[in-house]
Write a protein that binds this ligand. Structure first.
Ligand SMILES: Cc1ncc(COP(=O)(O)O)c(C=O)c1O
Length: 399
């Protein structure tokens, strides 16, 4: 049976305390117990349905977590204060000193910096590989490897991970396949393809209004309980808890994600096709020219398309900067990092979100100076947007 993530979200029905159509927000950091024994049991992790303290869990965070677990098809999930607040505890929970991670080399700069610069301080090492080459991935595995880490669609180069192939390798070597699905919510369902754990930055498409940061870990009861364990849980002890007011607002936005993803994909497909026809070097997984176009197609759920992210290469950083400034002046979007907003966002990743990656490594992975990353917005008339963008490119001799 085909997996229908948006139906799974829709089928969750939560009533508010007074019959409200939205669940009531839990506006408390701590919770009372009628009996001291129940408090003890809750500390021991044996009292379902009881709340202790909001860094551990809160009704609002559980509502959002369960909706995201339904979307990803996992047993449960825990929401966090940011995407990095989801990624870092997962890695620290699964790895001890002496352990090893095999990671895609084209990942979000913050995740890369965490694995490259921070975890070695704790005795955890990482080998970065070209994730599209399954042989290379497998060859990097050592007896101490615990995690295989990738993004379903990578930031910023839009490489697509063969999740089924990676899952087979992970299973063979008894590793956990952790997939960051931030770029392709609804379109790709990594668990369905064999991944063990899915993480998201909710900051992006899932929330969609660029008004908060947030994250989630979707996985088994065992993993999520481990993360929340009061004595040894990385989520509980590092304390990157989402605030209940925020989780309530993210949950409301999640309810419209399916409509937004369709429009992001529609608009990005239109622009990518036009720019490619105009002769610009354009990368979009929905284009037949994308090296992983067929792979993406083979993994995707119907309806939501290839997502809202695309890149073009305008030849040099100066040209990229001039174009981005002009597009912002003409109200085509914002020169800003991040993605998934209703307006188009653009940035030059080499000097912004991927600047943590050293220049020689950027070059090796094809991250050129003139690259502009677009997160295409929900524009009602994308043809009009295209015409204005093209006029900017003509004025700057890019076209
Ligand atoms: C793919 C991806 N994963 C994780 C993150 C980190 O998320 P956050 O900024 O919410 O901590 C980002 C942020 O840009 C991202 O693009």
């Amino acid at each position: 049976m085909t997996f229908k993530p948006a139906n799974n979200i829709q089928d969750l029905q939560y009533f508010g305390e007074f019959g409200g159509v939205n669940p009531s927000i839990s506006d408390s950091s701590t919770y009372t117990f009628l009996s001291a024994k129940t408090m003890f049991d809750t500390f021991e992790g044996n009292a379902d349905g009881c709340y202790l303290y909001s860094r551990h869990s809160s009704p609002s965070n559980l509502y959002l977590g369960e909706a995201l677990a339904a979307m990803e098809g996992t047993e449960t999930a825990t929401v966090t204060a940011s995407g990095m607040g989801a990624i870092t505890p997962v890695i620290l929970q699964l790895c001890d000193a002496g352990d090893h991670v095999v990671s895609s080399r084209t990942i979000y700069g913050g995740t890369y910096a965490f694995l490259k610069n921070f975890t070695p301080r704790l005795g955890i090492s990482t080998t970065f590989v070209d994730i599209t080459k399954l042989d290379t991935v497998e060859a990097a595995i050592t007896p101490t490897t615990k995690i295989l880490y990738c993004e379903s669609v990578s930031n910023p180069l839009l490489e697509v991970a063969d999740i089924k192939g990676l899952a087979a390798i992970a299973k063979k070597h008894n590793l956990k396949l952790v997939v960051d699905n931030t770029f392709s919510p609804l379109s790709i369902s990594p668990i369905n393809l064999g991944a063990d754990i899915v993480v998201h930055s909710l900051t992006k498409f899932i929330n969609g209004s660029s008004d908060t940061v947030g994250g989630v870990v979707c996985g088994t009861h065992e993993l999520i309980n481990d993360l929340r364990n009061v004595n040894s849980g990385a989520a509980m002890l590092l304390g990157s808890t989402m605030d209940s007011l925020r989780s309530a607002s993210v949950l409301k936005n999640l309810r419209t994600l399916h409509i937004r993803m369709m429009q992001h994909s529609h608009n990005a497909t239109y622009l990518a096709e036009q720019f490619e026809n105009d002769g610009l070097k354009t990368v979009y997984p929905g284009l037949a020219s994308h090296p992983s176009h067929e792979l993406f197609k083979s993994m995707m759920n119907e309806k939501y398309g290839f997502g809202g992210m695309m890149t073009i290469d305008v030849g040099s950083l100066d040209k990229a900067n001039a174009l981005m400034e002009m597009m912002q002046e003409r109200n085509l979007g914002y020169l800003a990092v991040s993605l998934g907003f209703y307006k188009t966002l653009f940035s030059a990743p080499g000097s912004s979100t991927s600047s943590e990656i050293p220049e020689d490594e950027q070059e090796a992975m094809g991250l050129s100076d003139g690259l502009i990353r677009f997160s295409i917005g929900l524009d009602a008339d994308i043809e009009r947007t295209y015409k204005t963008m093209k006029a900017c490119m003509k004025e700057l001799n890019i076209l």
